[in-house]
Design a protein around this ligand. Structure first.
Ligand code: PLP
Length: 493
């Protein structure tokens, strides 16, 4: 199987290892596979008795054909071990009636980014060998909190890569700060920047674009790479859990092999739901994909009227990982519905005017599978409270947006099929907001909010967030933004 850019009508093709190493295509497009591997009913049946790492290796081997099955199996076993994913990699739980939760947050940072970031660095490390790259990849990340920690956990102690994370002193929460400052691993570095997230991000971008920096790095045997969420290596592992969830539902007798089900995905950058779309194209019996948004409902409007328009107010919500106005991975869906030429023209229009309208043909294709719903802040809080009080299921703020969308979709359409909501974060990741939504007054200190939520709901604090206050602080350096290049060079020695 080969890969090409979403904007390339010449169809220049590369191997998956090259796509993972490059991240973004030279023309600004995203890498997509040039064919979709099929998944028959017999294939699904054969996956049912397997463990999560085995299912993952099987699915990945259909896309990453320049990796051997043995390589993939070894990486999947290491990535999704019981030590990293306490309670299973992606368990399915019933919330009520036909509504289920696919819990994607049992990994080392208690949020769903772990599902991709635990394996992507291993795929990158192998890609460097496969493409004959002798230098070490230096990953630079500017983070407003969660992605930085998930990347650190994913890249720590991986061969041929080093990772450096910058976070702003203004903006990250105490829990997030503690998580990063106590990071372990021999190839990691964390640095606080005086300023806000934009200061950190714009300086990382500047460093990436600086040819003198690249030259200095090259002389030391390094090159820059990014942990960006549009990398194919972060997307492909996400296809696995849709198929795995289906197998678990069959195993538990909730559905019969061949029955169609729905997935509802709390969406930001459209990566997670696009992975579900690929599972559907492969042959997984999916009836509807429900795209759930918060008040930043640019996707709900797009699915409603075919116009993507980012020219609108930006809202800070209690589901911050979905506070996004440009959903980059939507470009991949456009490519599959419209081809490279049309995708390139939509993206040009987005860059120039912040909006585009898809053709009637593309709109029809998208309508056949996708529904869009959004939940405002009140609705989200109400869903957390009701889901806990009525059904005893505690969900985080992002998952609540999904549960609300799934319930409204099913009731609007009298759809009684099994509907699985992606649960994208542990409630403890957003403990203060969850506790407040339950009608309680959250303690001022975030660490106290974890304990209060645990006591009130009689549930356990997610393991990565336990005992944070007692862990050893390894990184306490605070610098000005203009000192970042020097810090990077010091690390790349
Ligand atoms: C990243 C993230 C999302 C959004 O996923 P996309 O793939 O960007 O659509 C949803 N919830 C949580 C908790 C996340 O971290």
């Amino acid at each position: 199987m080969k890969y090409q850019s979403t904007r390339d009508n010449q169809k220049n093709k590369i191997e998956s290892a090259e796509a993972i190493k490059q991240g973004l295509a030279n023309d600004g497009g995203l890498f997509v596979p040039d064919e979709i591997p099929s998944l028959s009913t017999d294939d699904i049946k054969a996956l049912c008795p397997l463990s999560y790492p085995e299912r993952a290796a099987n699915v990945l081997s259909r896309y990453l054909t320049d990796y051997t099955y043995e390589e993939l199996l070894a990486d999947c076993k290491a990535a999704y071990s019981e030590k990293s994913f306490v309670g299973g990699a992606a368990p399915v739980k019933n919330i009520h009636d036909n509504i289920y939760s696919l819990e994607l947050w049992h990994g080392p940072t208690a949020a769903f980014k772990d599902m991709a970031l635990q394996i992507m660095p291993r795929l990158l490390s192998r890609a460097l060998v496969k493409t004959g790259e002798e230098r070490t990849a230096l990953i630079l990340v500017a983070t407003s909190g969660d992605t930085g920690k998930a990347a650190l956990e994913g890249y720590k102690d991986i061969d041929r890569v080093k990772i450096m994370v910058f976070y702003p002193t203004g903006g990250v929460s105490r829990v997030q700060k503690l998580q990063m400052a106590t990071q372990e691993g021999s190839n990691v570095n964390v640095c606080a920047i005086r300023g806000n997230f934009d200061d950190a991000q714009s300086n990382v971008k500047k460093i990436f674009a600086d040819s003198d920096m690249a030259k200095a790095l090259d002389e030391n045997g390094y090159f820059f790479s990014s942990a960006n969420s549009i990398n194919w290596g972060r997307l492909v592992p996400q296809i696995v859990y849709y198929i795995s969830a289906y197998c678990d539902l069959v195993n538990d007798g909730k559905i019969r092999l061949g029955d169609e089900i729905n997935f509802c995905v709390p969406t930001g950058n459209f990566g997670n739901i696009f992975a579900a779309y690929l599972a559907k194209l492969m042959g997984l019996p999916i009836a509807r994909l429900i795209c759930a948004s918060n008040m930043n409902n640019v996707l709900t409007d797009f699915l409603e009227n075919g116009t993507y328009d980012r020219n609108r107010a930006f809202h800070l919500t209690m589901s911050p990982s979905m506070d996004i106005l440009i959903s980059s991975n939507l470009e991949r869906l456009l490519y599959f519905c419209a081809g490279a030429d049309e995708t390139a023209s939509y993206m040009k229009s987005l860059a120039e005017s912040g909006k585009y309208t898809v053709s009637a043909d593309v709109k029809t294709k998208i309508d056949e599978l996708f529904s869009g719903y959004y939940a405002d802040e009140n609705e989200t809080a109400k869903t957390i409270k009701e889901t806990f009080e009525k059904y005893g299921y505690l969900c985080d703020t992002h998952t609540a947006v999904g549960v609300s969308a799934a319930e409204r979709y099913c009731s609007d359409n009298n759809d009684t099929r099994v509907t699985v909501v992606d649960s994208t974060a542990s409630p403890y990741k957003f403990a203060a907001d969850v506790y407040t939504a339950l009608g309680k007054d959250a303690p001022a200190d975030q660490l106290d909010a974890l304990d209060a939520l645990s006591a009130y709901t009689d549930t356990e604090i997610a393991y990565p967030l336990r005992g944070l206050g007692e862990r050893k602080v390894v990184f306490d350096k605070v610098i000005d933004a203009d000192e970042m290049p020097a810090e990077v060079l010091k690390f790349a020695k």
